[in-house]
Design a protein around this ligand. Structure first.
Ligand code: K7E
Ligand code: RUQ
Ligand code: CUA
Length: 648
């Protein structure tokens, strides 16, 4: 979405001002009781966890609502020096791909796990937009515990969206590309229509462990897949994908891709697809992708390269894929809490079409088609339409629901949130956003049972909202009270990175399930130490293993000699604490890597290849006690080939 958004951005700002959206000072937008609505007194907790995607920072952030306070930056697809994610030997495998270690990605969408279409908040899923991947975060440790790469995909934007019992996480490719062998892939770009393919992937989630598995893919026309939502309740078993560039242009996207009056929402009967897979109708295709799992016993990432995927060709099955015409480049496609209504947001359209699932099924049954597209039925717009929201605003992007019969749509171009009645399609309220809102979020908004109460707008442009910080400004979120008839803006807060989608759920779902520390007796890391007496240094050829313990407030050993230039030195540090909130850090002067931050009961490894002679201090980076500053040591590095004996 970004490129196109920024192209529209200039217009958006101009428009926002023309619409009279520029704040004229606090009073113009904030009414008297706003402060008390967001004030969480010292020592008290927020009501909701809000997990926000970080966009180009590759992380998620964990924020409290209604206060807007940031609790954690949770690294997912990007290395994070603050806690050694992607720097420790244990976490490096989590960022492995079929093409090696990738230290960054662009995380757009969050999906919080559900059971019966209601939040269970066991896991948070996130997508990597650039190198197609999906991550799973465990919400009892707030750690990234799994990352699976998606083959046959380029630009994993339409992801990760989940089915109502988290049976599947789905990923649709943003860019269609040629797939298969090197020969198949080395083709002129001008052969787009013949050789490029779109794929959507169904990744199953183990209901007990959460572990993901690439179950199957469905081959699709070479469109751009933008976003998606699963059906729920009555539409459980279906998935709806928004598409653009259905003219299948490969150049001048802005011009060509928007020529057509209507693109499509692609409706996929995934239950049917699942049956066909069970019947053996999927074709095996060789691919290469990484599947990285955090092993909870050893606290080490294990990366496996896999090389096969099952692909279904919907042209052969005929009853898996249907196209619903949808005006002009739909961005979000969202299903309401009942599962009956499917909302398409044509970002260049002047109306919001609302489709009816019941009507769609009837149209399919009566074969009420306007034609076919690559052999798959295109339904008639009118026969699937519930109705159109008239004059909603400009640039509809995303829709959320409050569970009381209302939908809330973000309007990028006219910088506002519009509230409308799903049945009558009447616009009942609108509020400005500052400025150019992208996603919006209502706690539980995408589920069958929204928690309501608040709505947050995540804005693309900040301009004059905060104290300026040079050319790069913090992105902004805005919190609205939606408990009454009228939406009321009650708080602005800056976000970490660029927020796209976010979800929020009641804190009570997970706050008592948090892991406070790891039990020493369950630490099965092969280099773990059980006590300070096991601390030691061992040489194995040119590898030196330093088995280090940390406990308030010293390292054992703390004087190490006998290391030589060119050795591979491994600091395996076990934090022996058995108490909440007592991590110890390890930073080694001269090591060209980040620190380690090791949680109580955990073992982590820092690798260093010293390239010069000297005495190198090391120290704890996390203020752990009154004697934290004394928590230090020295390592002596002698010339390569010298005979300094190992000593510790
Ligand atoms: Cu609308 Cu990437 Cu979900 Cu951002 S996308 S806004
Ligand atoms: S020390 S408490 Cu570096 Cu003054 Cu921080
Ligand atoms: Cu350990 Cu500071």
């Amino acid at each position: 979405m970004k490129t196109r958004m920024w192209l529209l951005a200039g217009a958006a700002i101009a428009m926002a001002f023309a619409y009279g959206c520029k704040p004229k000072g606090a009073q113009s937008t904030i009414s008297g009781d706003a402060a008390s609505k967001v004030y969480v007194p010292p020592g008290q907790y927020d009501e909701f966890y809000n997990i926000i995607s970080g966009g180009f920072n590759g992380q998620m952030s964990v924020v409290g609502l209604p206060s807007g306070r940031v609790f954690k930056i949770l690294p997912v697809f990007s290395v994070h020096p603050e806690n050694g994610y992607g720097f420790s030997e244990e976490t490096k495998p989590m960022l492995n791909t079929a093409n090696g270690f990738v230290p960054w990605d662009d995380l757009h969408h969050i999906a919080i796990s559900t059971t019966n279409a209601e939040h269970d908040a066991r896991w948070a899923f996130g997508n990597a937009n650039n190198t197609p991947r999906i991550a799973r975060v465990d919400l009892t440790t707030f750690k990234t515990v799994e990352i699976i790469e998606i083959p046959n995909s380029a630009g994993n934007h339409s992801s990760p969206f989940i089915t109502e019992n988290t049976e599947y996480v789905v990923a649709g490719t943003r860019f269609s590309v040629p797939t298969g062998t090197d020969e198949n892939r080395d083709v002129p770009i001008s052969t787009y229509k013949e050789n490029f393919k779109g794929h959507i992937s169904f990744i199953s989630v183990d209901p007990q462990t959460g572990e993901m598995d690439l179950s199957f893919q469905i081959e699709a026309p070479p469109f751009n897949f933008d976003l998606a939502r699963a059906g729920k309740k009555k539409s459980h078993g279906w998935f709806f994908f928004s598409t653009y560039n259905t003219e299948m242009a490969h150049t001048l996207l802005e011009v060509n891709a928007s020529q057509k009056d209507k693109d499509y929402i692609m409706a996929v009967n995934w239950k049917k697809a699942e049956e066909y897979i069970k019947q053996g109708k999927g074709k095996k295709q060789s691919v290469k992708y990484a599947h990285n799992v955090w092993d909870e016993h050893t606290h080490t990432g294990v990366s496996t390269i896999k090389n096969e995927v099952l692909v279904l060709d919907p042209k052969e099955m005929k009853d898996i894929v249907y196209f619903i015409p949808c005006p002009k480049s739909p961005h979000g496609t969202d299903t309401d809490p009942t599962g009956e209504y499917i909302i398409g947001s044509g970002k260049l359209a002047a109306i919001i079409p609302v489709f009816s699932f019941t009507k769609m099924l009837n149209a399919i049954e009566n074969e009420d088609f306007e034609g076919t597209l690559q052999g798959m039925p295109v339904l008639k717009y009118e026969s699937v339409l519930h109705g159109e929201v008239q004059k909603p605003g400009l640039g509809p992007l995303h829709t959320e629901f409050d569970g009381k019969g209302f939908a809330y749509t973000s309007m990028f171009v006219s910088s506002e949130i519009v509230k409308w009645n799903i049945e009558t399609l009447e616009v009942v309220d609108r509020v400005p956003t500052f400025y150019s809102v992208g996603h919006l979020m209502i706690p539980g908004g995408p589920t069958g049972k929204p928690h309501g109460k608040y709505m947050v707008a995540y804005n693309k442009i900040t301009k004059d909202r905060y104290l300026p910080t040079g050319p790069e400004l913090a992105h902004s979120a805005q919190l609205y009270d939606i408990s009454g008839e009228k939406m009321q803006l009650i708080l602005d807060f800056p976000t970490i990175g660029e927020p796209h989608y976010a979800e929020a759920f009641p804190a009570s779902l997970i706050m008592d399930k948090q892991v406070k520390f790891y039990k020493m007796e369950e630490n099965n890391h092969p280099r773990a130490l059980k006590g300070i007496n096991d601390a030691r240094v061992e040489r194995d050829g040119n590898k030196v293993h330093i088995y280090l313990t940390s406990i308030r407030s010293n390292f054992r050993p703390d004087n190490i000699e006998g290391v030589r230039v060119g050795d591979e030195v491994y600091f395996h540090m076990t934090n022996l604490e058995q108490d909440w909130d007592v991590p110890h850090g390890l930073a080694v002067k001269g090591a060209n890597t980040a620190e380690l931050l090791v949680m109580p009961g955990e073992t982590a490894t820092l690798k260093w290849v010293p390239d010069r002679v000297g005495i190198f201090p090391f120290y704890c980076t996390d203020f752990c006690s009154a004697l934290h500053q004394e928590m230090q040591g020295y390592i002596r590095v002698s010339p390569a080939g010298s005979n300094t004996p190992l000593k510790f």
